[in-house]
Design a protein around this ligand. Structure first.
Ligand code: SF4
Ligand code: SF4
Length: 294
Protein backbone atom coordinates (compact mmCIF):
# COMPACT_ATOMS: atom_id res chain seq x y z
CA UNK A 1 0.00 0.00 0.00
CA UNK A 2 1.28 3.41 -0.87
CA UNK A 3 1.24 6.16 1.71
CA UNK A 4 1.75 8.85 -0.89
CA UNK A 5 -1.12 11.14 -1.74
CA UNK A 6 -1.07 11.98 -5.45
CA UNK A 7 -1.31 15.72 -5.87
CA UNK A 8 -4.49 15.40 -7.94
CA UNK A 9 -6.14 13.86 -4.89
CA UNK A 10 -5.71 16.83 -2.63
CA UNK A 11 -8.97 18.44 -1.51
CA UNK A 12 -10.01 21.17 -3.90
CA UNK A 13 -11.04 23.98 -1.58
CA UNK A 14 -12.18 26.19 -4.47
CA UNK A 15 -15.08 23.85 -5.33
CA UNK A 16 -17.90 23.36 -2.83
CA UNK A 17 -20.84 20.97 -2.90
CA UNK A 18 -23.59 22.09 -0.54
CA UNK A 19 -25.85 19.34 0.80
CA UNK A 20 -29.10 21.25 1.30
CA UNK A 21 -31.39 18.25 1.81
CA UNK A 22 -31.39 14.45 2.03
CA UNK A 23 -34.92 14.25 0.67
CA UNK A 24 -35.21 12.60 -2.72
CA UNK A 25 -37.97 11.51 -5.08
CA UNK A 26 -35.99 8.41 -6.11
CA UNK A 27 -34.60 5.47 -4.19
CA UNK A 28 -31.58 4.29 -6.16
CA UNK A 29 -29.82 1.21 -4.84
CA UNK A 30 -26.46 2.68 -5.69
CA UNK A 31 -26.99 6.05 -3.99
CA UNK A 32 -23.75 7.36 -2.56
CA UNK A 33 -25.79 9.54 -0.22
CA UNK A 34 -27.47 6.43 1.25
CA UNK A 35 -30.91 7.94 0.66
CA UNK A 36 -32.42 4.48 0.42
CA UNK A 37 -30.47 2.75 3.16
CA UNK A 38 -30.41 5.66 5.63
CA UNK A 39 -33.31 8.00 4.82
CA UNK A 40 -33.40 11.40 6.49
CA UNK A 41 -35.55 14.52 6.20
CA UNK A 42 -32.72 16.79 7.29
CA UNK A 43 -32.57 20.05 5.36
CA UNK A 44 -30.26 23.03 5.57
CA UNK A 45 -31.75 26.24 6.89
CA UNK A 46 -31.36 29.43 4.92
CA UNK A 47 -29.50 30.86 7.93
CA UNK A 48 -26.95 28.05 7.79
CA UNK A 49 -26.47 28.56 4.07
CA UNK A 50 -26.16 32.30 4.58
CA UNK A 51 -23.50 31.80 7.24
CA UNK A 52 -21.31 30.04 4.68
CA UNK A 53 -21.95 32.77 2.12
CA UNK A 54 -21.22 35.53 4.65
CA UNK A 55 -18.00 33.79 5.69
CA UNK A 56 -17.07 33.47 2.01
CA UNK A 57 -17.60 37.19 1.49
CA UNK A 58 -15.75 38.18 4.67
CA UNK A 59 -12.75 35.99 3.80
CA UNK A 60 -12.91 36.88 0.11
CA UNK A 61 -12.86 33.14 -0.57
CA UNK A 62 -12.20 32.51 -4.27
CA UNK A 63 -14.83 29.86 -4.91
CA UNK A 64 -14.92 28.69 -8.53
CA UNK A 65 -17.91 26.35 -8.16
CA UNK A 66 -20.78 26.36 -5.71
CA UNK A 67 -22.92 23.27 -6.35
CA UNK A 68 -26.27 22.54 -4.73
CA UNK A 69 -26.38 18.87 -3.81
CA UNK A 70 -28.61 16.39 -2.00
CA UNK A 71 -30.46 14.05 -1.92
CA UNK A 72 -32.39 15.82 -4.60
CA UNK A 73 -31.65 19.50 -3.95
CA UNK A 74 -34.72 20.79 -5.78
CA UNK A 75 -36.82 19.14 -3.03
CA UNK A 76 -35.55 21.63 -0.45
CA UNK A 77 -38.71 23.37 0.88
CA UNK A 78 -37.17 26.82 0.26
CA UNK A 79 -35.32 25.97 -2.93
CA UNK A 80 -36.04 29.31 -4.60
CA UNK A 81 -34.70 31.19 -1.54
CA UNK A 82 -31.56 29.03 -1.71
CA UNK A 83 -31.03 29.97 -5.35
CA UNK A 84 -31.68 33.63 -4.58
CA UNK A 85 -29.06 33.60 -1.81
CA UNK A 86 -26.46 32.15 -4.20
CA UNK A 87 -27.25 34.72 -6.85
CA UNK A 88 -26.95 37.60 -4.36
CA UNK A 89 -23.57 36.30 -3.17
CA UNK A 90 -22.33 36.00 -6.75
CA UNK A 91 -23.49 39.46 -7.77
CA UNK A 92 -22.22 41.21 -4.65
CA UNK A 93 -19.02 39.31 -3.82
CA UNK A 94 -17.75 36.84 -6.42
CA UNK A 95 -18.64 37.43 -10.06
CA UNK A 96 -16.32 34.61 -11.14
CA UNK A 97 -18.09 31.80 -9.29
CA UNK A 98 -20.15 29.32 -11.31
CA UNK A 99 -23.41 28.16 -9.72
CA UNK A 100 -24.84 24.69 -10.33
CA UNK A 101 -27.55 22.41 -9.03
CA UNK A 102 -26.81 18.70 -9.33
CA UNK A 103 -30.22 17.12 -9.91
CA UNK A 104 -31.66 13.77 -10.95
CA UNK A 105 -33.92 15.63 -13.43
CA UNK A 106 -36.72 13.19 -12.64
CA UNK A 107 -40.36 14.22 -12.69
CA UNK A 108 -42.39 17.34 -13.41
CA UNK A 109 -41.81 18.98 -10.03
CA UNK A 110 -38.06 18.58 -10.24
CA UNK A 111 -37.99 19.87 -13.79
CA UNK A 112 -40.05 22.91 -12.76
CA UNK A 113 -37.56 23.65 -10.00
CA UNK A 114 -34.72 23.29 -12.50
CA UNK A 115 -36.31 26.13 -14.45
CA UNK A 116 -36.54 28.16 -11.23
CA UNK A 117 -32.83 27.57 -10.62
CA UNK A 118 -31.95 28.64 -14.15
CA UNK A 119 -33.82 31.92 -13.64
CA UNK A 120 -31.45 32.68 -10.76
CA UNK A 121 -28.37 31.78 -12.76
CA UNK A 122 -27.96 28.41 -11.03
CA UNK A 123 -27.26 26.00 -13.87
CA UNK A 124 -29.01 22.60 -13.62
CA UNK A 125 -26.71 19.63 -14.18
CA UNK A 126 -29.02 16.67 -14.63
CA UNK A 127 -27.83 13.11 -14.25
CA UNK A 128 -31.04 12.00 -15.96
CA UNK A 129 -31.90 9.29 -13.48
CA UNK A 130 -35.04 7.22 -13.83
CA UNK A 131 -37.30 5.49 -11.32
CA UNK A 132 -35.58 2.15 -11.75
CA UNK A 133 -33.62 1.19 -8.66
CA UNK A 134 -31.51 -1.25 -10.62
CA UNK A 135 -29.90 1.14 -13.05
CA UNK A 136 -26.13 1.16 -12.98
CA UNK A 137 -24.39 4.42 -12.25
CA UNK A 138 -21.93 3.92 -9.48
CA UNK A 139 -18.96 2.08 -8.21
CA UNK A 140 -19.78 0.24 -4.98
CA UNK A 141 -18.56 2.83 -2.51
CA UNK A 142 -20.08 1.00 0.46
CA UNK A 143 -17.66 -1.90 0.19
CA UNK A 144 -15.00 -0.75 2.58
CA UNK A 145 -11.37 -1.36 1.79
CA UNK A 146 -10.75 -2.26 5.42
CA UNK A 147 -13.30 -5.09 5.08
CA UNK A 148 -11.90 -6.57 1.89
CA UNK A 149 -8.26 -6.18 2.81
CA UNK A 150 -7.61 -4.50 -0.51
CA UNK A 151 -5.18 -1.68 -0.93
CA UNK A 152 -6.64 1.75 -0.84
CA UNK A 153 -5.27 5.11 -1.69
CA UNK A 154 -5.72 8.12 0.49
CA UNK A 155 -8.24 10.16 -1.40
CA UNK A 156 -9.71 9.90 -4.87
CA UNK A 157 -11.02 12.04 -7.70
CA UNK A 158 -14.10 13.09 -5.72
CA UNK A 159 -12.32 15.54 -3.48
CA UNK A 160 -9.90 16.91 -6.04
CA UNK A 161 -12.36 17.17 -8.93
CA UNK A 162 -15.77 17.84 -7.36
CA UNK A 163 -14.43 19.59 -4.32
CA UNK A 164 -15.21 19.68 -0.66
CA UNK A 165 -18.67 19.58 0.92
CA UNK A 166 -20.72 21.68 3.31
CA UNK A 167 -23.56 20.44 5.52
CA UNK A 168 -25.46 21.63 8.57
CA UNK A 169 -22.55 20.28 10.59
CA UNK A 170 -19.67 21.90 8.69
CA UNK A 171 -17.08 21.09 6.02
CA UNK A 172 -15.96 17.63 4.85
CA UNK A 173 -13.32 16.68 2.29
CA UNK A 174 -15.78 15.17 -0.22
CA UNK A 175 -19.45 14.58 -0.86
CA UNK A 176 -19.62 10.94 0.33
CA UNK A 177 -17.79 11.85 3.54
CA UNK A 178 -20.45 14.48 4.17
CA UNK A 179 -23.58 12.64 3.12
CA UNK A 180 -23.04 8.89 3.42
CA UNK A 181 -20.71 8.88 6.38
CA UNK A 182 -23.42 10.67 8.39
CA UNK A 183 -24.54 7.15 9.36
CA UNK A 184 -21.37 6.91 11.45
CA UNK A 185 -21.96 10.34 13.04
CA UNK A 186 -18.48 11.54 12.14
CA UNK A 187 -17.66 15.13 13.00
CA UNK A 188 -16.81 17.55 10.15
CA UNK A 189 -13.17 18.30 9.45
CA UNK A 190 -13.84 22.04 9.86
CA UNK A 191 -16.88 23.68 11.38
CA UNK A 192 -16.32 27.14 9.98
CA UNK A 193 -14.79 28.36 6.71
CA UNK A 194 -12.10 30.11 8.78
CA UNK A 195 -10.73 26.66 9.60
CA UNK A 196 -10.84 25.17 6.08
CA UNK A 197 -7.40 24.40 4.71
CA UNK A 198 -6.13 21.63 2.44
CA UNK A 199 -4.40 19.99 5.41
CA UNK A 200 -7.48 20.22 7.65
CA UNK A 201 -9.69 18.58 5.05
CA UNK A 202 -7.07 16.03 4.02
CA UNK A 203 -7.06 14.76 7.60
CA UNK A 204 -10.43 13.15 6.86
CA UNK A 205 -8.90 10.74 4.35
CA UNK A 206 -7.49 8.39 6.97
CA UNK A 207 -10.93 7.92 8.53
CA UNK A 208 -13.18 7.97 5.48
CA UNK A 209 -11.18 6.53 2.57
CA UNK A 210 -10.43 3.31 4.41
CA UNK A 211 -14.19 2.78 4.57
CA UNK A 212 -14.96 3.93 1.04
CA UNK A 213 -15.32 1.81 -2.07
CA UNK A 214 -14.14 4.61 -4.31
CA UNK A 215 -10.71 4.20 -2.77
CA UNK A 216 -10.74 0.48 -3.64
CA UNK A 217 -10.99 1.12 -7.35
CA UNK A 218 -8.60 4.00 -7.48
CA UNK A 219 -5.63 3.42 -9.67
CA UNK A 220 -2.51 5.29 -8.57
CA UNK A 221 -1.37 7.75 -11.15
CA UNK A 222 -4.63 8.44 -12.93
CA UNK A 223 -8.03 9.77 -12.09
CA UNK A 224 -10.71 7.12 -12.10
CA UNK A 225 -14.35 7.98 -12.63
CA UNK A 226 -17.40 5.77 -12.30
CA UNK A 227 -17.49 5.51 -16.08
CA UNK A 228 -14.04 3.92 -16.09
CA UNK A 229 -14.98 1.14 -13.72
CA UNK A 230 -16.86 -1.46 -15.71
CA UNK A 231 -16.57 -4.56 -13.54
CA UNK A 232 -17.48 -3.34 -10.06
CA UNK A 233 -20.01 -0.93 -11.49
CA UNK A 234 -21.89 -3.70 -13.22
CA UNK A 235 -21.66 -5.83 -10.13
CA UNK A 236 -23.40 -3.04 -8.23
CA UNK A 237 -26.21 -3.10 -10.73
CA UNK A 238 -28.71 -5.48 -9.20
CA UNK A 239 -28.38 -4.78 -5.53
CA UNK A 240 -26.14 -2.42 -3.70
CA UNK A 241 -23.27 -4.38 -2.18
CA UNK A 242 -22.38 -3.53 1.38
CA UNK A 243 -19.51 -4.84 3.36
CA UNK A 244 -19.71 -5.54 7.08
CA UNK A 245 -18.66 -2.07 8.20
CA UNK A 246 -21.52 -0.47 6.26
CA UNK A 247 -24.11 -3.09 7.18
CA UNK A 248 -23.39 -2.54 10.86
CA UNK A 249 -23.48 1.25 10.52
CA UNK A 250 -26.71 1.42 8.50
CA UNK A 251 -28.46 -1.12 10.76
CA UNK A 252 -27.51 0.97 13.79
CA UNK A 253 -28.62 4.17 12.04
CA UNK A 254 -32.11 2.78 11.48
CA UNK A 255 -32.46 2.08 15.20
CA UNK A 256 -30.75 5.15 16.61
CA UNK A 257 -29.40 7.95 14.44
CA UNK A 258 -26.10 9.37 15.64
CA UNK A 259 -26.39 12.87 17.07
CA UNK A 260 -25.50 15.14 14.19
CA UNK A 261 -27.22 18.28 15.37
CA UNK A 262 -26.56 21.39 13.31
CA UNK A 263 -23.41 23.08 14.47
CA UNK A 264 -24.21 26.23 16.44
CA UNK A 265 -21.84 28.84 15.20
CA UNK A 266 -19.45 30.80 17.31
CA UNK A 267 -18.30 34.26 16.18
CA UNK A 268 -15.67 34.21 13.44
CA UNK A 269 -12.09 34.03 14.62
CA UNK A 270 -10.38 37.40 14.69
CA UNK A 271 -6.85 35.96 14.76
CA UNK A 272 -7.11 34.13 11.46
CA UNK A 273 -4.95 35.33 8.59
CA UNK A 274 -6.54 33.68 5.62
CA UNK A 275 -4.25 32.44 2.89
CA UNK A 276 -5.78 32.12 -0.57
CA UNK A 277 -6.40 28.47 -1.46
CA UNK A 278 -4.18 26.99 -4.16
CA UNK A 279 -5.33 27.09 -7.76
CA UNK A 280 -7.61 24.31 -8.91
CA UNK A 281 -5.42 21.52 -10.29
CA UNK A 282 -7.85 20.67 -13.07
CA UNK A 283 -9.04 22.77 -15.94
CA UNK A 284 -12.58 23.99 -15.98
CA UNK A 285 -14.49 22.25 -18.69
CA UNK A 286 -16.10 24.30 -21.36
CA UNK A 287 -19.84 24.62 -21.07
CA UNK A 288 -20.02 23.65 -17.43
CA UNK A 289 -18.75 21.12 -14.98
CA UNK A 290 -18.42 17.43 -15.51
CA UNK A 291 -21.28 15.55 -13.91
CA UNK A 292 -20.29 13.45 -10.96
CA UNK A 293 -23.06 11.21 -9.77
CA UNK A 294 -24.75 12.05 -6.50
S1 SF4 B 1 -28.58 8.57 -6.43
FE1 SF4 B 1 -29.44 10.65 -6.50
S2 SF4 B 1 -31.51 10.36 -7.38
FE2 SF4 B 1 -30.82 8.35 -6.63
S3 SF4 B 1 -31.59 8.20 -4.48
FE3 SF4 B 1 -29.51 9.05 -4.40
S4 SF4 B 1 -29.78 11.27 -4.36
FE4 SF4 B 1 -31.70 10.36 -5.12
S1 SF4 C 1 -14.00 9.14 1.23
FE1 SF4 C 1 -14.23 8.04 -0.73
S2 SF4 C 1 -15.00 9.59 -2.16
FE2 SF4 C 1 -14.12 10.69 -0.40
S3 SF4 C 1 -11.97 11.11 -0.98
FE3 SF4 C 1 -12.00 9.17 0.17
S4 SF4 C 1 -12.10 7.57 -1.41
FE4 SF4 C 1 -12.74 9.50 -2.36
Amino acid sequence: MSNAIPTHHLPNIRHLEIHITYRCNLRCNHCSNLITQAPSNETMTIAKLQEMLDDSARLNWPWEWLVLHGGEPTMHPQFEDVCAALRTYKHQHNRDVSLFVCTNGHGDRVREQMRVAARYGVKPESSGKVADPNVSYHVPFSVAAIDTGEDYMLGCFQSSKCGISYTNQGYYECSPAASAFRVFGYEPMAKRLDDVTVDALKAGYALHCARCGYARVEDPGRMVTHKDVKGPQQAANVTRPMSETWKTATDAYKVNKPPVEPYVSSPPRADRIQQPPPKTPVNKLQGGRRIIEM
